[in-house]
Design a protein around this ligand. Structure first.
Ligand code: MLT
Length: 327
């Protein structure tokens, strides 16, 4: 009996130690998404999860939380910075509230093609912006996924020129630049969190919003919006992010795995986003939306003062570098 009492605690201790090491190395990250499981955002998050699991031999996994289940976009960014939320993909709309540089993505008609935006984001400027977000908001960008080019939808009339926006109550993201842009275009603009937009459109509190085609499809805006106007006024990145504190708490090996999984997932997500943008316009038409392709020149002209007004706040060099990608 004495013999056994000496052996059993030793065996239990060994098992417990092995269990503790294993528990320490295994981890499931909760990932917030503003959209659903079939969205272009989900394509990227799912690919990231798949690669994470493969590269870590099953130790690292994700649990996606769709349709803002963990909170609205601004709260999610704050939550990651405070260590309350592990990860998220969000549009950059609310991020100018954390770092002025991110207002760049709200300035209209800066990027004219996806390739121009990719070359900017994947180069020194994207890296510098990510570093600034990390030092000022404690949030690490793992990769620049995308929402894509944004377009207007409304329930009042097709937009053939900016004058058609007069009298339209338009929702912007929580960004002062976006409010100024839509005011300059002629709309009655007001900011609203993403989580409230569908209901506000349904109840007629607002008439109009703007988002990329795959988003318009994912959240079924065709049920509450009649007109899709391809205004293409901004390119909207959707960075995949992790709380910096959480990232720094991982082993060097796991940090490398997280970054590699994101690097593999980014082009897959962008490709899906571009394909969905192309395919879903016809689907939306089939679902009853009237699609208009306005001449963009008058829209561009109308918003030039907004770019001038915000250039110094965003950073003149940054704005010019972004503009240069399309010249
Ligand atoms: C918004 O309009 O607030 C966002 O584009 C939503 C999103 O990130 O899908």
């Amino acid at each position: 009996m004495r013999h056994f009492t000496n052996i059993i605690p030793a065996a239990l201790l060994a098992a417990a130690t092995a269990g503790a090491a294993c528990a320490q190395d295994s981890r499931t990250f909760e990932v917030s998404l503003p959209l659903g499981p079939e969205s272009h955002q989900a394509v990227g998050v799912h690919k990231f999860g798949e690669e994470l699991e493969r590269l870590s031999e099953g130790r690292l996994t994700i649990r996606p939380q769709y349709d803002n289940a963990l909170g609205a976009e601004r709260e999610v960014v704050e939550g990651m910075g405070l260590g309350l939320i592990d990860m998220g993909i969000t549009s950059t709309g609310p991020m100018g509230g954390f770092v002025n540089d991110f207002l760049l993505f709200d300035l209209p008609y800066i990027f004219t093609t996806p390739e121009a935006a990719y070359s900017f984001l994947d180069g020194e400027h994207g890296t510098a912006m990510a570093a600034k977000l990390e030092s000022e908001a404690n949030v690490k960008i793992l990769g620049w996924m995308e929402n894509g080019f944004r377009h207007n939808t409304n329930n009042v009339r097709p937009l053939n020129s900016p004058d058609d926006l007069v009298g339209i109550r338009h929702r912007t993201q929580e960004s002062r630049v976006q409010v100024d842009t839509w005011t300059a275009l002629g709309a009655n603009a007001s900011p609203m969190a993403w989580t409230e937009v569908f209901t506000a459109l349904q109840q007629g509190v607002i008439d109009s919003q703007e988002n990329p085609v795959p988003t318009i499809y994912d959240v079924k805006f065709y049920d509450v919006q009649r007109y899709l106007n391809l205004t293409q006024h901004v390119y909207s990145p959707a960075p995949l992010m992790m709380g910096a504190q959480l990232f720094n708490s991982l082993s060097e090996e796991d940090q490398a795995i997280v970054l590699e999984a994101a690097a593999i997932a980014v082009p897959v997500q962008r490709e899906a986003s571009q394909r969905m943008e192309e395919e879903l316009i016809a689907e939306l038409e089939g679902l009853g939306m009237t699609v208009t392709r306005p001449d963009l020149e008058p829209f561009r002209e109308r918003v030039q003062p907004v770019i001038e007004q915000w250039k110094d706040t965003v950073g003149a060099e940054l704005v010019e570098a972004a503009q240069a990608t399309s010249s």
